[in-house]
Design a protein around this ligand. Structure first.
Ligand code: TNX
Length: 745
């Protein structure tokens, strides 16, 4: 049914009467020119393999026999499919010309493979035909990446191969393999066998969210590693599919598993176990010569195993507490005239850069490698937003964009209450689709330093392939549009492609993709001071009805709304949103409104919240929605400043006895309660009437001001300067998150 409606939207919006397969290809080709008629594929395809690269020949044979269920014959005179290799055309470009036969022209072995992936999507397998058309295509970015963390949870060789197959179909060419971290060392290093003997086994894992208190563990061992033969097998498998495998060996932080295996790598004389929970830990590699040599020995083996020019050395989240106390590190600092531990970190990365460069490789690291000075040949992977990437590109270093805001596939893709447990955040399909890896802040020549983008898949909360699929798909398809397409379609068309062609394809492949994008979108919005619940179905022909206490109040085709009125006292009320296709209920949603006298009133906020966490502006604080936990970006206002002031001006004598703030504490996401909160009351003549100052000890915090009248109230939030040592984001400015201000009479 969904498929039918999706066709209908497409047809209506474009005024076309025929839907063509050429319009269904993901990622969208640079150009598709549709002509009349179809080409019928014979039962025995005659294929001219004169200019057909070996691997593409295998791929084509597999596809024709297994998927198309026809036969084929390779011969020099065959003209059902012919191939031509072109010179002096853009790198990795190809064309497909379909008229009385299929002619593929390409510039590289890889682009012949890409042409076939497009052809497979163009063919109507049921009918055994392909519509006459001309396609020309080339990639937008050279780095089209997907990442996988196999440390927090281990994935087998076969599971990785399946992932690579799906990546290749959508024209990704880089697999960033996160092989080591605090919770497991997963690559065999011949010189140091204990790395895998000890470092690849974790006794148990944390259950639930890292912010839960008390912590609960599952008592189940998590283990696994890749032998050097496994690694070679995966690298060869990926390379065959034109995917470069970039290994990541984390240093100097996220090193607990290695230190558990070889305690002498540590600064302090303490023993460490392979970590069983999620976060940032203080046991980092020491900068003494023995540890540096160990890391170079590890990289030596890594360089031999991976043909990749790029080797990722991590570099993120390095607590400096041990370095500050360690005699060896103090000596390294004195010997090399380093002013502080940031410079020590830079020294560390520089040593690795020199080593990798001497082996003909290029170093890439997370954006923390900018701190204390960027090493000469380093490429930066920008994850804490795009600012690190902008800074590096301005310094004429290469950059891969992977900001948490658009590329963290471990974040929620829908409302957290309706999704499997995730680390936090909010990254819906549409947001991935609209990502632009080239920030406006760059001049065109600087933009050339942006190699491309990649999505990261951290697996703290993802323990099996079914869940992995759910987090990756269909967001990977949206990212393929971002990194490949020079002529991205619009989001509505993208959804039609998904529903008509791509999700059925993923079904065939047994992929457990998410269907969150099909949910009715229920939002609480403000218009002219009026707060409304607005519900919009993903299909314009479905009916939507919003009801409260069993009483239906509105039904609409495609969408519906419900106007809310402020109550004189605080009140919680549940609204039910029901979506129907004819008589069949296709979705039920609920919205809880925390009503109050100030519903929809606007507090003045200074400074403005961060552009990434600006919710719906000031009205977010009085829209009746208390932010859910783990937090979901769109329900919160987020600030990364020293003080934040909220003011409400009654204009005349007003009064509320209690003002309650709903705040967030989520240290794993760098979000903290304030150091203190000061509330000041003013009279109508502008004079101060009084003030109270409190410590913020909880996420729900209130002020009581009995009897006194006042005309204006000002709430000032004061933050600590730095995230404490040993916490994720150590030394950074903490974030302040607020979801609601409730005033009680
Ligand atoms: C930050 S991104 C990390 C990882 C976590 C991830 C969770 C980065 C360079 N470091 O260690 O797994 O957040 O989203």
């Amino acid at each position: 049914m969904l498929k039918f409606y999706a066709c209908l939207i497409w047809t209506l919006s474009l005024g076309l009467d025929v839907l063509s397969q050429g319009d269904m290809v993901v990622p969208t080709p640079s150009r598709v020119v549709q002509s009349k008629g179809v080409h019928v594929l014979p039962d025995m395809l005659q294929i001219n393999d004169e200019n057909l690269p070996e691997y593409s020949k295998d791929v084509l044979k597999q596809w024709v026999t297994k998927e198309l269920k026809k036969n084929l014959l390779f011969n020099a005179a065959g003209n059902d499919i012919t191939f031509q290799r072109l010179q002096n055309v853009p790198a990795d470009s190809y064309t497909i010309d379909i008229l009385n036969g299929i002619k593929i022209s390409y510039s590289s072995d890889a682009s012949c493979f890409y042409a076939l992936q497009t052809l497979f999507q163009l063919v109507d397998r049921e009918a055994g035909t392909v519509a006459n058309c001309f396609v020309s295509d080339q990639p937008k970015f050279a780095w089209r990446g997907m990442h996988l963390d196999v440390s927090r949870h281990f994935y087998t060789v076969d599971e990785i191969k399946r992932y690579l197959d799906l990546m290749a179909h959508y024209k990704f060419n880089t697999f960033h393999w996160h092989l080591t971290d605090d919770q497991g060392w997963r690559i065999e290093i011949r010189k140091y066998p204990k790395l895998t003997q000890i470092g690849s086994v974790r006794a148990q894992s944390l259950v639930g969210h890292a912010s839960n208190n008390p912590e609960v563990f599952d008592g189940v061992k998590e283990e696994g590693y890749y032998s050097q033969n496994d690694i070679r097998e995966i690298v060869a498998y990926a390379n065959k599919r034109y995917i470069n495998v970039v290994p990541e060996i984390e240093m100097p932080g996220h090193a607990s598993a290695a230190i558990a295996a070889y305690p002498e790598l540590n600064c302090l004389d303490t023993t460490v176990k392979v970590v069983e929970k999620w976060g940032v830990f203080e046991d980092v590699f020491c900068t003494k010569p023995q540890t540096m040599q160990f890391l170079k020995d590890v990289l030596e083996e890594v360089c031999q195993l991976f043909p990749s020019e790029y080797i990722h050395i991590g570099g993120d989240e390095v607590p400096k507490a041990h370095w500050e106390k360690c005699g060896n590190c103090q000596k390294t600092m004195a010997d090399h005239r380093l002013k502080n531990t940031h410079e020590l970190q830079s020294y560390f990365i520089r040593e690795m850069d020199v080593f990798l460069t001497s082996r003909g490789k290029k170093l890439i690291g997370w954006d923390e490698i900018l701190e204390g000075g960027l090493s000469e040949n380093a490429t930066v992977m920008s994850w804490r937003g795009t600012s690190g990437g902008i800074e590096a590109a301005k310094k004429e270093h290469f950059v891969v964009m992977s900001p948490t805001s658009h590329c963290y596939f471990d974040h929620y893709q829908g409302e957290s209450a309706k999704e499997p447990l995730a680390i936090g955040g909010y990254l819906p399909l549409e947001k991935v689709f609209h990502f632009n890896p080239i920030p406006d802040a760059l001049e065109p020549y600087q933009a050339n330093y942006i190699l491309g983008a990649q999505a990261n898949l951290w697996t703290e909360y993802i323990a099996n392939v079914k869940h992995l699929d759910y987090m990756i798909f269909p967001r990977l398809l949206a990212l393929s549009e971002v990194v490949w397409s020079t002529n991205k379609c619009d989001y509505e068309q993208f959804i039609v492609k998904l529903e008509n062609k791509q999700l059925p394809f993923l079904d065939e492949k047994g992929v457990n993709y998410s269907t969150t994008h099909r949910r009715t979108k229920t939002e609480v919005v403000e218009k002219n001071g009026q707060i409304k619940i607005v519900a919009k179905a993903s299909n314009p022909n479905w009916t939507v009805e919003i009801s409260s206490k069993g009483k239906p109040s509105m039904a609409g085709t495609g969408s519906s709304f419900y106007d809310l009125k402020p109550t004189n006292f605080p009140m919680k009320e549940l609204y039910r949103v029901e979506t129907k296709d004819g008589e069949t209920v296709v979705g039920v949603d609920t919205v809880v409104i925390n009503n109050q006298p100030f519903l929809g009133k606007k507090w003045t906020i200074s400074p403005e919240p961060s552009e990434h966490y600006s919710g719906k502006g000031a009205v977010s604080l009085t829209d009746g929605i208390i932010g859910s936990r783990p937090w979901n970006g769109k329900e919160w206002l987020g600030f990364q400043t020293d003080t934040i002031t909220f003011t409400y001006d009654y204009g005349q004598d007003g009064r509320h006895n209690t003002i309650e703030l709903n705040l967030l504490e989520a240290s794993s996401s760098w979000i903290y309660l304030p150091k203190k909160i000061r509330c000041t009351y003013y009279k109508a003549n502008g004079k101060k009437r009084g003030s109270v100052e409190i410590q913020a000890y909880a996420e729900r915090i209130g002020f009581v001001q009995k009897k006194a009248k006042y005309a204006k109230v000002e709430i000032q939030v004061i933050m600590d300067d730095k995230i404490p040592a040993g916490q994720p984001g150590e030394g950074q400015k903490p974030w302040f998150f607020i979801s609601e201000i409730i005033t009680l009479p």
